[in-house]
Design a binder for this molecule. Sequence first.
Ligand code: PGA
Length: 244
Amino acid sequence: MRNKLVVGNWKMHGARAANAELLSALLAARPFALDVAVCVPFVYIHETAATLAGSDLRWGAQDVSQHEQGAYTGEVSAAMLAEAGCRYAIVGHSERRAYHGESDQLVADKAQAALAKGVTPIVCVGETLAQRDADETEAVVKRQLSVVIHQLAHCASEIVVAYEPVWAIGTGRTASPEQAQAVHHVLRAQLHAATGHGDKMKILYGGSVKADNAKTLFAQPDIDGGLIGGASLKAVDFIAICRA
Ligand code: PGA
C-alpha cells in the first residue's frame, strides 16, 4: 500500500505574515489521512522549518543545485537543504525547464545531488499541449523520466515522480482523471521495469488540482496524491485537497 502524499508548491509567492497564517491553519487542521508537505521559496525554509518542526507536516524546496558546493553564485546546495530539514526538493518543474532552459540531464543531476544528501527529489515530467496534440505524450514523459532513472540506477526507487501536463499548470484546465491515470500507468510501468519497485513508488499528479477535482483524481489506481500550485496558497483550499 502506498501512502498518499499532497505537496504544496508555493512557487514565487508568499510573505512572512501570510506564510505564518497559512502554516498555522495547516497545523490546526491536522491530522490528515495522508502525508502533507509544503515546498516554499528558499528564503522561507528556515521559518517554515521552525513552525512545522515536531509536527507530521514536512517541508522542502522548489529547486536544488546539481553542484555539491563552490563558486556558483545564487545556487543552493542539497546539503544546505538537508541542514534546513527539507524532506523534499522539486526538480525539473516545467517552469524551470521552460524559463531556465533545464535539460533532462540537468534535472537528473539535480535529482542525484538531492538524493546524495537524503533529500527526496520530486521529479516533474509532462508534455506541452502541442506534444499532446501530436500524440507524443507517452514518448515525452518516458524520455524525461528515463534520463533520471538511468542516472540514478539503483537509487531510482527513492524518488517521487510528479506528472504535470504543462497545458494544465495554472490554466484551470485539469487533465481528466482518465487522461492522468493513463499517463501514470505508463510511468509506473517504466519505473517498475527499471527498479523492480514501481509498485511502491509515489507518482503525484499536478496541474490545476482543486478541492472539487482532487477526490476523483486521487481515487485513480496509479495517482498517489498531488503537487498543488495555486490552490496551496489558500489554507481552506489546500486543507480541502488534503482531506479529499
Ligand atoms: P497549479 O500548479 O496547481 O497552479 O496548476 C501546479 C504546479 O505547477 O506544480
